[in-house]
Write a protein that binds this ligand. Structure first.
Ligand code: MG
Length: 438
């Protein structure tokens, strides 16, 4: 039965996370985790789909306006026409000749593209009655490759090479789905280490993380070297030598400063330094990576890497050891599939950025598909976990013992509960009305 998209609504939803300094880091001291939240209505009773992109507060209304500008490209379309040639539908969304000027494929217009593309994939998975990870995992290699726009990738990953990568692990998918159900997907937590938290809170949260089974924690660094040394010492005291520690500077350093600062933190054996400098500085990351690799410290970046072309360059330049895709900064699922395959071709594990609103819910699907269909390995792969807003979602991730457990609910999972949507709507929801009176 044909399913037609009859309307697109967009909501500006902002959670007041800055009031508790949740999410605070060296670059972003007071984020209000926010969602540009897209709801697609269809002509099928009971079939509604949801998609989002993530921002940290002010300016979320710009993403909402950009979604409205793109809406004409999907409203009135049938789902069948979109998924008959998924690469073409994605190319169409990023190729409106006037809107393209606002990017291309970067910034507000690309964040908005992600919200719509994520909603289309949610619709596809709901219509198929499957969680997105399973929808992807059950595709044949040529179907998956048919979802990807290879424009600007041919020098690093051709369609044929992508097919070869997928065919190599096509057998064994069924066993890996069973393995995933049995052991889950490795996770690490960032919830203990926000920069705005005091030492006592850091210590307490480290203990709680270890008690709940986490064997890999990440903390924010980069504001003050003495503070970082003290905080790293506390975290090592609490987690011991056997667990992993990563650190995240959120773009605050110059290239030479990143190298000297990290040499001071090397005794605490960080697994990676994340976003050491400008997210656009491919060669700067390469210089940092080559200076730190002899110390056993890898370089991770990607949450502000705005398209597949940037990732191609990071990989070609040997600038990253961990590829941190963001499910909302890239232009939705289609472009993300391309980056997972690119990273596979260069032998770099993808460890997605998550947290925020709905990002954990999204990336679990992508990394589970990676394990089943692309990498066939957990080696070096881990998904970020942040627990702040799980109560606001209808189908939050299931996590225990440092593992994400696969969901069987149909769709792409990031759905805000109706009460939370009303409460946190900006600027007229009760949360923000009371703030403006204060
Ligand atoms: Mg980060």
């Amino acid at each position: 039965m044909a399913i037609t998209i009859t309307a697109l609504a967009v909501h500006d939803v902002r959670f007041p996370t800055s009031r508790g300094l949740d999410g605070s880091d060296a670059m972003n001291p007071d984020p209000d985790y926010s969602s540009t939240y897209v709801v697609l209505s269809t002509d099928q009773p009971g079939l509604t789909a949801y998609g989002m992109t993530f921002t940290i507060g002010r300016g979320n209304e710009l993403c909402c306006a950009a979604v409205q500008a793109l809406a004409h490209l999907v409203v009135g379309c049938t789902l069948a026409s979109l998924i008959a040639d998924p690469a073409r539908f994605w190319r169409r969304l990023v190729s409106d000749s006037q809107l393209r000027w606002l990017g291309p494929e970067k910034g507000v217009i690309h964040l908005a593209t992600a919200a719509i593309v994520n909603a289309i994939w949610d619709l596809w998975a709901r219509a198929a009655g499957k969680p997105l990870w399973r929808l992807l995992a059950e595709m044949e290699p040529d179907q998956l490759v048919g979802c990807i726009d290879f424009r600007y990738l041919e020098d690093a990953l051709s369609r044929e090479q992508a097919l070869e990568l997928l065919r190599a692990n096509h057998a064994g998918k069924r066993e890996r789905i069973a393995t995933l159900a049995g052991v889950g997907f490795p996770a690490y937590t960032t919830s203990a280490g926000w920069l705005g938290y005091g030492d006592d809170k850091l210590r307490r949260l480290c203990r709680e993380a270890v008690a709940s089974g986490f064997d890999h924690l990440k903390i924010k660094v980069g504001r003050d070297l003495d503070d970082d040394i003290r905080r790293c010492r506390i975290i090592r005291e609490e987690i011991g030598d056997g667990r992993k520690l990563s650190v995240d500077a959120n773009q605050v350093w110059e290239v030479p400063q990143a190298i000297t600062w990290m040499r001071q933190l090397a005794p605490f054996r960080p697994l990676w330094i994340e976003e050491p400098t400008s997210p656009d500085d491919v060669l700067g990351h390469a210089a940092i990576a080559s200076a730190l690799r002899p110390l056993g410290i890898g370089v991770a970046t990607g949450e502000h890497c705005h398209n597949r072309v940037m990732f191609k360059q990071f990989l070609q330049a040997k600038a990253i050891d961990y590829c941190q895709i963001d499910s909302c900064r890239l232009g939705g699922v289609n472009e993300i599939l391309a980056v997972y395959l690119l990273a596979r071709r260069f032998g770099i594990p993808v460890c997605p950025h998550a947290g925020g609103v709905g990002l954990c819910e999204y990336v679990q699907h992508l990394s589970m598909w990676d394990y089943i269909s692309v990498s066939a390995s957990f080696e070096g792969r881990v998904i970020e976990f942040v627990n702040h807003l799980a109560d606001e979602l209808e189908n939050p991730v299931r996590i225990s013992g440092s593992r994400y457990w696969p969901t069987e609910q149909a769709g792409y999972s990031a759905v805000i509960r109706p009460a939370a949507l009303a409460e946190n709507s900006f600027p007229h929801g009760p949360v923000w009305r009371s703030a403006s009176k204060a």
